[in-house]
Structure formats: C-alpha cells, structure tokens
Write a protein that binds this ligand. Structure first.
Ligand SMILES: [Zn+2]
Length: 220
C-alpha cells in the first residue's frame, strides 16, 4: 500500500510556493534493477521526484535541497533545449533539466544520476535510442566524478551502476574492460560484476534485477 502526501515547497529560483505531492509511505515490492532503479512502489512514483515550478522555468528536487545557481542559467540555451537531446518525453525532460543544473554546479554524480533517471523514463516510454543517449550523457558526467571522494559504500554501487549503463548502452567491450579494473570485496557485488560481463559477451542489453543474478548464481 502506498500513501501520498502534499507539502508546500518554495521554488529555489523564483521563491513562489508550489504545492508538491510526494510518496510518504510505500512498501517495497521486490528488489532493484542492476542499476539500482527501485522496485515498486517507489518506481511508479518517479514523476514525483522532481517538480517543474508552476511559475517559472526552474525544476527542483522534491526530496533534497538544490545547490545555489544564478537565475539566468534557467534561461540558457542548454537548459531550455534540454542539452540538445531531441525527442525526450515530458518526464525525462525534467530529469535532464535537473541533471543539467547539477552539472552546471559541478555536482557530477548527481548530474549523472538524473540523466540515468531520464533514461528510465525513456525506457518506460519504449524510446530505446533516446534512453541510450541519456545513459551515455550520464556516463560523461560520471567520468568527472572523483571516486576517492565517494563514501566507502558508495564506490562499489557507483562502479556497478556504470557497468550496467555501459551494457545497456550496447558498449559491450567497455563493460569487459571496465570490469577488469573493478575489485569488489562483497561477493554479491562480485557476482553482479561477473553477470554483467557474461551478458556483455552475449551482447545482451536487456534490463535485469539483482534477484536475477542471485537466482542465476544458485543454478551454478
Ligand atoms: Zn519558480
């Protein structure tokens, strides 16, 4: 069962109050995908993660505080044209815009995360080619992330996410070479890495869940 609630949030750019609906409570049904896309009910609540201001061009996160940026950025060509990615569905546009804001503020991990969320919206809309464009853009920003600055638990998750983005973008050789430089202390993480390499060798870019890896491993 899920429960939605409403709160008032001030737009960080124009300062006007927006009435924002958010997922206040929802029981998790199953585990995440290999890129940590959450299962239901958080999955279907994705449109609520980011909000377009009712009064200006700004988009903001409904769950975390936005960084500081100058108002004129939301009038920039880059922002208005969604980083020149054509054919994005409405929800993906919002994720791309917030990703661009994070990129503009040099918060590259969050920038990449939001481009991946945009890819998820494209996946749901069956727009595979645009999803790949968004995934590649996520990789570009993840490339700027200084891994040594990530928290200890964040780093393996970050590497696993990159492996999945590479494979789902059809960059199979890159999956294999990236995996060669990955070391995982946790045996579950290691199993996921090996699964990604296996699927890359099979030229398989389908979406898999963590459960698929574990059930695969138990068959061996
Ligand atoms: Zn606003």
């Amino acid at each position: 069962m899920s429960k939605f609630a409403v709160k008032n949030m001030k737009c960080n750019i124009c300062g006007r109050v927006n009435e924002v609906t958010y997922l206040a409570m929802g029981s998790q049904q199953g585990g995440p995908d290999l890129d940590f896309r959450p299962a239901e009910v958080r999955r279907s609540a994705m449109p609520l993660w980011v909000r377009k201001c009712d009064y200006c061009r700004n988009v903001f996160s409904t769950s975390e505080e936005m960084p500081e940026y100058e108002e004129k950025y939301i009038d920039s060509k880059e922002y208005v044209n969604c980083g020149n990615i054509a054919g994005l569905p409405e929800q993906a546009k919002r994720f791309v815009k917030i990703g661009l804001i994070y990129k503009h503020c040099k918060e590259y991990k969050k920038a990449g995360d939001h481009f991946l969320y945009a890819a998820w919206s494209c996946d749901d809309a069956g727009l595979d080619a645009i999803a790949i464009v968004c995934r590649k853009r996520a990789l570009k920003y993840y490339n700027e992330v200084n891994g040594s600055k990530l928290a200890k638990r964040e780093l393996p998750d970050f590497m696993l996410r990159i492996l999945d983005i590479l494979r789902r973008s059809g960059m199979y050789d890159e999956v294999i070479s990236f995996a060669e430089n990955c070391e995982f202390e946790d045996s579950k993480d290691q199993a996921i890495c090996e699964f990604q390499v296996q699927k890359a060798k099979e030229r398989d870019k389908k979406c898999y869940r963590v459960e698929d890896v574990l059930s695969d491993a138990s068959k061996k």
